[in-house]
Design a protein around this ligand. Structure first.
Ligand SMILES: [Ca+2]
Ligand SMILES: [Ca+2]
Ligand SMILES: [Ca+2]
Ligand SMILES: [Ca+2]
Length: 270
């Protein structure tokens, strides 16, 4: 194997394994087929890089067991391709190969795999925009934090690299998503809970019948949330009750998810 040569695709590796090496008496060719775990392989064989591979060299250094070994070792495929009893990094020729950053293999045989190597910094390492950041596979929209979270629900970025953005990510449910505290992710939409009849004061708090949603203001005039209008408790969301033509809560259970009842008003707690 020439240094720098990329590992062959799995199908090629399987074909090399099947076609190049002698199958010992009593063994069956299927033993070298693709696998997902050791249990899929016969006794004495291991699932290495997706291929059933005997856990000890079966080519033999004397060449006697390999009728037609491959000329060169294919590095990083978990197979002793040239049947000399040495596999991948056990072969000096594999040392110094180009490190590929998303294959789970120590291609250059320096003891470090993929993002663990500085050469992979900012290279793609996984789905949904994951990049090698700070020597591990991280999420670029999250600054490489150890536990990626959808840290902003209004930045248009899939911060946690799960393929879902802002209110489209259930992690943002009830979180701020626009200007001001009253814009919240309710379902997949960003709504103003101070003025939206179907999400009045909190996600899912639906003003029934003729009830409308209007803002609640603090003493300083700052809008804090919304409340439904009513002329009977029957117009109020869920278990809220009507008082002075405004629906209100008596307990947290009268409010939406992630909310508390404070002074008769459902509010999101920071
Ligand atoms: Ca690699
Ligand atoms: Ca390496
Ligand atoms: Ca985001
Ligand atoms: Ca996301």
């Amino acid at each position: 194997m020439r240094p720098g040569r990329p590992a062959a695709p799995l199908t090629t590796a399987i074909l090399l394994g099947l076609g190049a090496c002698f199958v010992p008496p009593g063994e069956v060719a299927e033993l070298r087929f693709a696998c997902t775990d050791d249990g899929a392989c016969a006794e004495g064989w291991l699932c290495i890089h997706g291929v059933c591979t005997r856990d000890e060299p079966w080519g033999g250094g004397d060449g006697g067991a390999c009728a037609d070994p491959a000329e060169e070792e294919v590095c990083g495929n978990g197979v002793d391709d040239d049947c000399n009893g040495l596999t991948d990094c056990e072969e000096a020729a594999c040392h110094g190969s180009t490190e590929l950053c998303a294959n789970g293999v120590d291609d250059d045989c320096d003891g470090l795999t993929d993002c663990e190597q500085a050469v992979c910094d900012l290279q793609a390492c996984g789905p949904h925009g994951r990049l090698c950041i700070a020597l591990r596979c991280g999420c670029s929209g999250n600054g490489g934090a150890a536990e990626p979270v959808e840290r902003s629900c209004s930045d248009g970025v899939d911060n946690d690299c799960d393929g879902r953005i802002d209110c489209g990510d259930e992690d943002c449910s009830g979180q701020r998503c626009g200007d001001g505290d009253t814009w919240r992710c309710c379902g997949e939409g960003c709504v103003d809970v101070s003025a939206t009849k179907s999400h009045c004061g909190g996600c899912g708090l639906n003003c029934k019948g003729p009830g409308s949603c209007s803002p609640v203001r603090e003493d300083a005039g700052v809008v804090i949330t919304g409340r439904c209008s009513c002329n009977s408790s029957g117009h109020c969301p869920g278990s809220q009750t009507c008082s002075a033509n405004r629906c209100g809560c008596d307990q947290d259970a009268d409010c939406g998810a992630q909310q508390q009842c404070l002074a008769g008003v459902c509010v999101y707690v920071p």
